[in-house]
Design a protein around this ligand. Structure first.
Ligand SMILES: [Zn+2]
Length: 214
């Protein structure tokens, strides 16, 4: 079983950077700093996890957030909580159409195989585990990501469907971290279902750190 202890030194402390495709990127954010994630090319879906840096095994939990906020989609002002119900981050800004998916697991080798795309398709689970040097751990548990910019409407009967992301080039979301945290992001390499745009290849995003004084 993979458990993540973000107390070890891990995550970029730079002022800004790229979130390249085909890999996961870790960013370390201090309390009251804001992390801006920029969809500079538009429509790219981004699997996102947040881990507490002061405690092992504590991460942003989609099921706990839905329970606490009592909704499926999170908005500006909402606090995102951990599996121990501690507030980890607050959504400070969102220029995108919102509706970021909270329901879907990270894509993996098996999900692509089931869709008929072979056994070695790039995937977010593998990106995450490779970053954490746990790629070959068969028992690794990957928490459900927050799927930024991913539009999965829920019909009145509960059915899900796919829609291309409505994020425009330059749209961004900002998260204020409420304690020291490590944010991990994986641009989703899904290229068969057009969640990241019709006919568009997978691509990277960018991030910026905004100090607490600004
Ligand atoms: Zn994915």
């Amino acid at each position: 079983m993979l458990w993540i202890d973000a107390r070890r030194d891990f995550g970029s402390r730079a002022a800004s950077g790229d979130i390249p495709q085909l890999q996961a990127t870790a960013i370390r954010i201090k309390p009251d700093e804001r992390l801006r994630i920029v969809n500079h090319l538009g429509q790219q879906v981004l699997d996102t996890w947040i881990f507490a840096a002061d405690a092992p095994f504590e991460f942003m939990s989609m099921e706990h957030c839905r329970d606490q906020l009592y909704k499926l989609f999170f908005e500006v002002g909402d606090e995102l909580i951990s599996n121990r119900r501690r507030p980890l981050a607050r959504i400070a800004a969102d220029t995108s159409p919102g509706g970021h998916d909270t329901l879907c697991a990270a894509c993996d080798f098996l999900s692509y195989e089931r869709q008929g795309h072979g056994t070695d398709h790039p995937n977010c689970r593998n990106n995450f585990l490779t970053l954490l040097e746990a790629r070959d751990d068969p028992a690794a548990i990957v928490p459900c990501p927050w799927n930024l910019f991913m539009d999965i409407p829920v019909a009145s009967g509960g059915q899900l469907s796919d829609r291309p992301s409505g994020a425009r080039p330059g749209d961004y979301i900002e998260l204020t971290c409420l304690l020291e945290a490590v944010v991990i992001c994986s641009p989703c390499p899904q290229d068969r279902i057009p969640i990241s745009g019709e006919g568009r290849p997978p691509r990277g995003l960018r991030w910026e750190r905004i100090p607490s004084s600004q």
